[in-house]
Design a protein around this ligand. Structure first.
Ligand code: PLP
Length: 236
């Protein structure tokens, strides 16, 4: 086991150095991998500590929590990413509070986000979440439906489809996640070939505390790391 340091400052450095090592192992530019610090359940004090250490992207899962916390943090230069499942009736909050939504999984949700982003006079970055692990998880659209959803979302003026996201089932060994990461990258490559009009879909959001290095080796551009930065979460 690698020794994991205790303070948030050291933990961020620890994650950053592991990102750098993973990049050098597979010959990728570190600039091509962004760290999303997953701050669900984390109180503002510890979020500020992370921001002071150069974290620029924060990931949240719960709309109710985000509505309280985002205005409190109120810091420029921070990008907020919504990474949890999003109900269509919460689209108005997501479109007002977040810069990117990683969990677009249906056309009604795309339409609702587009409508609400328009009301706010903004353009929302979105990733299509795909269920590449089949039976094992329920979140995300089916791989076979991703191209259709991307094509439809690409026509919506206030959304920018930037790529794909996936969340494989929890695994003891990061190697168990690798086939799902590979599948997501290949699906992206297929869709880009199939639908030249949608652009390069450059972003792949995959990998969490337990498997972000494997995800980087498979092409992740956004790694979503919570526990390794902020410690175990306590849900109250
Ligand atoms: C909580 C969460 C993460 C972070 O998980 P850790 O294992 O704490 O790094 C990443 N992605 C999603 C979608 C999450 O819900």
């Amino acid at each position: 086991m690698t020794h994991i340091p205790q303070s948030i400052e050291e933990r961020i450095e620890h994650v950053r150095s592991r990102i750098l090592q993973a990049c050098s192992r597979c010959g990728r530019e570190p600039a091509g991998v962004s760290l999303v610090a997953v701050s669900k359940t984390v109180e503002p004090d510890r979020i500020w500590q992370a921001l002071a250490r150069g974290v620029t992207i924060l990931g949240e899962n719960y709309i109710r929590e985000a509505r309280e916390k985002i205005p409190l943090i109120d810091k420029s230069g921070v990008s907020w990413h919504y990474i949890g499942h999003l109900q269509t009736n919460k689209a108005k909050y997501a479109a007002a509070l977040f810069d990117m939504v990683h969990s677009l999984d249906s056309l009604p949700l795309a339409q609702a986000l587009n409508r609400e982003a328009k009301k706010n006079g903004r353009v929302l970055q979105v990733l299509v979440q795909v269920n590449v692990s089949g039976e094992l998880t329920k979140s995300g659209c089916e791989p076979g439906d991703a191209a259709g959803l991307i094509a439809a979302a690409a026509n919506l003026q206030h959304l920018r489809v930037q790529g794909l996201m996936s969340m494989p089932p929890p695994a003891d060994d990061p190697e168990q996640s690798r086939p799902f990461f590979t599948a997501l990258r290949r699906l992206r490559d297929d869709i880009v070939r199939q639908l030249p009009g949608v652009g390069a879909l450059p972003e792949l959001s995959m990998g969490m505390s337990a498997d972000f290095e494997t995800a980087i080796e498979e092409g992740a551009t956004l790694v979503r790391v919570g526990t390794l930065i902020f410690g175990e979460r306590s849900y109250v």
